[in-house]
Design a protein around this ligand. Structure first.
Ligand SMILES: C[S@@+](CC[C@H](N)C(=O)[O-])C[C@H]1O[C@@H](n2cnc3c(N)ncnc32)[C@H](O)[C@@H]1O
Length: 293
């Protein structure tokens, strides 16, 4: 599909300048990466809507990312690996509800929808205002203004019955651990037994200055997590799966750039901590045993 053929929600507001807070503005990074990766032959994903949004937005993508095109696939690795987990969840259950928190301008619904699931997109008011320029609510898809760590928006997730999957991609690293812990507990109380997929960054990577994609952004990395099993100690949560974005399923390995594939053995040998620095996790959420609230 060509960029021009993609339906964008409200064309009259597209050329308005983008006004976002420091953390909210980071949504432009994965958006741009998805658009650029879509140009690569046999790339990890094909996201014409991301391409259309990048083309439509009044934003200085070129200045910020001009020399970073060869790195765009890395953010997409995280995205497509999460897509696969989400698709597996949906396939295994009927009438699933998926809640994407800190959704930015993500197009995951477009990539994984099975025609039956119920979907909620949650984000801070400024990010959501931007999202509303490009997306509209439907009977199966709803946008909600809300923050991970606040619980007011959880009451808007219906129906109460049925399996629930929460996704928080490239968001928790910007939050305090106390907020992350509180957010998990709030979801666990509202929807015990639900699952949450999220990524974690090691403390070493959090303090690293070597983050090319972030170089023109002010948002600091905050929460570092060296071992996702720590989350089990916060309540009765269960870590069901953890992997890194470099433990690639065979099918995806063939679709990363050759240069990266050739580098992997060297990195495994010389810089294993780099390969372990970014993990993807799937956790089943349960409230604490002794509920003394
Ligand atoms: C790096 S972007 C990731 C966007 C999206 N998940 C993606 O992968 O394209 C970070 C997003 O987190 C959102 N965010 C930051 N703090 C948040 C919070 N406390 N609750 C919900 N979203 C938050 C921002 O508004 C922004 O959309």
């Amino acid at each position: 599909m060509s960029v021009a053929m993609v339906n964008l929600a409200s064309t009259s507001t597209l050329s308005e300048p983008v006004v976002l807070g420091e953390v909210s503005e980071t949504l432009m990074i994965p958006l741009w990466c998805r658009a650029i990766e879509s140009e690569r032959r046999r790339g990890l994903l094909h996201d014409p809507k991301a391409q259309a949004m990048v083309a439509a937005l009044d934003y200085d993508f070129d200045r910020r990312f001009a020399d970073l095109r060869r790195l765009a696939f890395r953010a997409c690795l995280r995205t497509v690996m999460i897509d696969r987990w989400v698709q597996r969840f949906i396939r295994a259950r009927r009438h699933a509800t998926v809640v994407e928190i800190g959704t930015g301008l993500n197009t995951r619904f477009e990539r994984v929808d099975d025609g039956a699931l119920r979907w909620f997109d949650v984000d801070l008011p400024d990010s959501m205002a931007l999202r509303r320029r490009f997306f509209t609510d439907t009977s199966r898809r709803t946008m909600i203004e809300g923050a991970f760590g606040d619980e007011d928006w959880l009451a808007r997730i219906e129906p109460a019955e049925g399996p629930k999957l929460f996704i928080v991609e490239a968001v928790l690293v910007y939050l305090d651990e106390a907020v992350v812990r509180r957010g998990f507990e709030q979801i666990a109380r509202a929807f015990p037994g639900s699952e949450i997929i999220f990524d974690t960054v090691t403390t070493r990577a959090v303090s690293s200055r070597n983050r090319p994609m972030m170089k023109s952004y002010q948002a600091p990395f905050v929460w570092g997590c060296d071992d996702p099993r720590v989350i089990e100690g916060w309540a009765q949560h269960r870590l069901r799966e953890t992997t890194t974005i470099d433990e690639l399923p065979r099918e995806l390995r063939r679709r990363v750039p050759l240069e990266h594939r050739l580098m992997l053995p060297y990195l495994r040998w010389r810089k294993p901590e780099l390969l372990r620095s970014h993990a993807l996790n799937r956790v089943e959420l349960h409230p604490p045993m002794t509920d003394d609230r």
